[in-house]
Design a protein. Structure first.
Length: 93
């Protein structure tokens, strides 16, 4: 059986690898590109939120758990900023 932390690591790693793939077929400055960046930010934000919530719920955390919590928190902020920035660009179109 796979542990809870291992599931979170797999989800987090998969989101980091898969999220940018949505942007590839679009040219910069187009509406489709802005929607793809929005999707990338949402995917990163949701996966990071899943990891942060799972790691926050643990009573005792090892060094690995603290590092995972820190990186997921940073990625959560990054994903949210990407999503907000692309929404601003979409409003300007």
């Amino acid at each position: 059986m796979i542990s809870g932390r291992a599931k979170r690591v797999v989800v987090y790693t998969a989101s980091l690898l898969i999220a940018p793939l949505a942007i590839i077929p679009f040219e910069k400055g187009t509406r489709g590109f802005a929607f793809a960046v929005l999707a990338c930010g949402v995917i990163l934000g949701l996966a990071s939120f899943y990891v942060v919530e799972g790691e926050r719920g643990l009573k005792a955390r090892s060094l690995l758990g603290r590092k995972l919590l820190a990186t997921a928190s940073i990625t959560l902020l990054f994903g949210l900023s990407i999503a907000i920035g692309s929404m601003v660009v979409l409003v300007r179109f």
